[in-house]
Design a protein around this ligand. Structure first.
Ligand SMILES: [Zn+2]
Length: 211
């Protein structure tokens, strides 16, 4: 999966002109049909149907993998926008309970608990992966000094924030108009709440600047 911009016409142009890179090996992607349709929850009661594009790694030295090009306002296998999910994780990091967060998010309790539980389960590997991303993006520059927070979820959320800030500093105007939540989605390749934890090496994080 590759997290791409929200404008399908622009994504199509980049895909056709070979500007999108394979998140696995960095070679160019070529058009490869569409993914299965999926629903996006725009509001608590409104669902929208979208059909993401797919690309296939087609470089001479490429790995040949195909990838769903997921708009960066979404996370893999989640119908809710990353803005809503990220707001819930931020609220959790400040110590709010799931009932309050559910109320705030305006989403079913089981859905919200699912996000919080999945994130908490992988909070430590997520934190480590984003710390690696911050180091890579910052190069030799100073890293944000993070103090230990109240628990692993809060630690991971703070580290994600620091990594995204480093991305914004490094890529400047290219990400100026992109929300923090969307930077989170793009930096995790859309897999923030995946079933498996990220690898220690942080290879799952897509650092291509195609925001
Ligand atoms: Zn590849």
């Amino acid at each position: 999966m590759l997290s791409v911009g929200p404008d399908p016409a622009l994504v199509e142009r980049k895909l056709v002109s070979g500007e999108l890179s394979c998140p696995d090996c960095g070679e160019g992607l070529a058009p490869w049909g569409h993914a299965a349709p999926r629903f996006v929850r725009v509001t608590a009661v409104l669902l929208r149907r979208i059909r993401p594009r797919r690309g296939i790694c087609s470089g001479a030295a490429g790995c040949g993998h195909s990838h769903v090009l997921l708009p960066r306002f979404l996370l893999g296998r989640r119908v809710d926008a990353v803005a809503v999910i990220w707001a819930a994780l931020l609220a959790r990091a400040t110590g709010l309970g799931w009932r309050k967060i559910t109320e705030m998010a305006g989403r079913p309790a089981s859905t919200v608990r699912g996000w919080l539980t999945r994130f908490a389960t992988h909070a430590e590997p997520i934190r480590v992966a984003f710390a690696g991303l911050e180091r890579r993006v910052a190069g030799g520059d100073d890293l944000d000094r993070l103090a230990p927070a109240e628990g692993r979820t809060a630690d991971a959320v703070a580290q994600i924030g620091a990594a995204c800030a480093a991305v914004r500093r490094a890529w400047g105007s290219a990400v100026f108009t992109v929300s923090v939540a969307e930077v989170v989605a793009a930096c995790s390749g859309g897999w923030l709440l995946r079933a498996r934890p990220p690898a220690a090496g942080g290879l799952w994080i897509n650092t291509s600047p195609h925001l």
